[in-house]
Design a protein around this ligand. Structure first.
Ligand code: MN
Length: 442
């Protein structure tokens, strides 16, 4: 086998609108809006500097099927730069940009191959000597919702000694939080005899298998607080024996993160404010020129719980911290260069608990003790958790808007656990309050 190198990227979601963000200064909004394009630019730079033989992109190139002319023109520019360096691109379309979308169809240059709605295979060559090094196969979504298992259409020619790469936009093994389009199992993919499965669709980076390689690279730019951490693509070196070495490269220009700050050792409001400032400055120091968007969740049990419970204090701190970043933003002469030092607070969440000793409480023969025991049981028992959350939410289900939201947000077990914990803390705060007023009639 001849050694070669390629890039595997997916879910570019070009021109994502970032419309859900409120209270963001215009300068930041524009930067956010441009971040998917900036990441695309980085992808092209990487392909050129790493001298890859080709690039594969596994679907959702555009964010919307009605993709903007801007998105198409910027993509065209990227294709052209790659063409100037003789780097071919193999692309499939996914649920966000299916083949039947009504977008303007700017023609693609000859070095860009778009796979159709049936599995096609193409020989990929090495740039240095034009030798064929791999077979690249892929299938695009004809329309937005593909419910069949398209992985079954991929079959390797067993006589071929070439390296086989499959491009598929799919939900493998029913992962939560993404539509179950083109559903297939890990076993299905392993059975095809392919060497490398270049997946797209799930935005969280994951290596599902090393033999064969089955990889979700994640998207190249995070788009919300649901897409935290480094985002980028894989540069894959395939050696003479067919062994591959995929290395992740960061491409994101905006980094999203969720940060937890425990109030456990914080005694005063001053301690609390300082703990937050410390975190923000630490993020700023490690930003490496990236705009950071963060949400802080206060956790743990401590004396500050009752103060934070109303949400007023944290709301005011949020406003103040935003104001400071705004001052920093305006103080800089040339906007874009300095955005890398901005740490924008997208929100604060209070998930703290009362300053009580839960281990004693769990033993206690009291209503509060019973409440904590039930809650602890439900944490380890999915069915019990489901039934508690379901009955608590039942009154909201009459409203169609709420029903829709709950279906979207409340479906996964993490959200249910969070609801349970919040309910436990709220109930116990109220009970203790009533208790201290003597209202329980003891
Ligand atoms: Mn996607």
């Amino acid at each position: 086998m001849l050694p070669f190198r390629f890039i595997h990227a997916a879910d570019l979601h070009l021109d994502t609108p970032f419309s859900g963000m409120s209270g963001v200064p215009e300068q930041l909004r524009q930067y956010l809006q441009g971040s998917t394009f900036a990441a695309l630019g980085g992808l092209v730079d990487l392909a050129i500097s790493e001298e890859v033989d080709f690039i594969v992109i596994s679907g959702d190139v555009y964010d919307a099927s009605e993709s903007s002319l801007r998105a198409q023109l910027r993509l065209r520019e990227a294709w052209e730069r790659l063409g100037q360096h003789g780097i071919p691109v193999y692309v499939i379309h996914g649920n966000h940009d299916p083949l039947n979308s009504r977008r303007l169809r700017l023609a693609h240059p000859p070095h860009v191959t778009i796979f159709g709605a049936k599995v096609e295979s193409i020989n990929a060559t090495r740039r240095s000597d034009g030798e064929t090094v791999a077979v690249v196969s892929g299938i695009s979504y004809p329309s937005a919702a593909v419910m069949e298992n398209t992985s079954l259409q991929f079959r390797r020619d067993l006589a071929s000694k070439l390296y086989h790469i499959g491009l598929l936009h799919a939900n493998v093994d029913g992962q939560e939080g993404h539509d179950a389009y083109s559903p297939c199992s890990l076993r299905d993919l392993q059975n095809t005899g392919y060497d490398y499965w270049a997946l797209g669709h799930i935005h969280k980076r994951q290596v599902l298998s090393q033999s064969p390689w089955i990889i979700y690279p994640g998207n190249i730019q995070g788009r919300s607080l649901k897409e935290t951490g480094p985002k980028g693509c894989y540069v894959v070196d395939v050696g003479e024996n067919g062994e591959a070495n995929p290395i992740f490269h960061e491409l994101d220009h905006v980094r999203w993160s969720e940060i937890e700050i425990s109030i456990e050792r914080l005694l005063t409001e001053e301690d609390w404010k300082e703990a937050v400032e410390e975190q923000i400055e630490e993020l700023r120091e490690n930003s490496v020129g990236r705009l950071q968007v963060v949400r802080i969740t206060f956790t743990g049990r401590g004396p500050l719980h009752s103060l934070l419970q109303s949400g007023r204090e944290s709301g005011e701190l949020l406003q103040e911290l935003r104001r400071r970043e705004n001052v920093r933003l305006q103080g800089s002469e040339n906007g874009v260069g300095s955005l890398g030092s901005i740490v924008w607070l997208a929100g604060v969440k209070v998930a703290t608990g009362m300053d009580i000793d839960t281990s004693t409480l769990l033993q206690e023969d009291s209503f509060l003790g019973e409440l904590f025991r039930l809650s602890a049981r439900a944490e380890g028992d999915i069915e019990l958790l489901d039934s508690i959350v379901e009955s608590a939410l039942a009154p909201l289900m009459d409203n169609s808007t709420l029903r829709g939201l709950l279906k979207e947000e409340g479906a996964n077990s993490n959200t249910k656990l969070e609801l349970l914990r919040r309910a436990q803390e709220l109930a116990s705060s109220l009970l203790v309050e009533v208790d201290s007023r003597g209202g329980m009639g003891q």
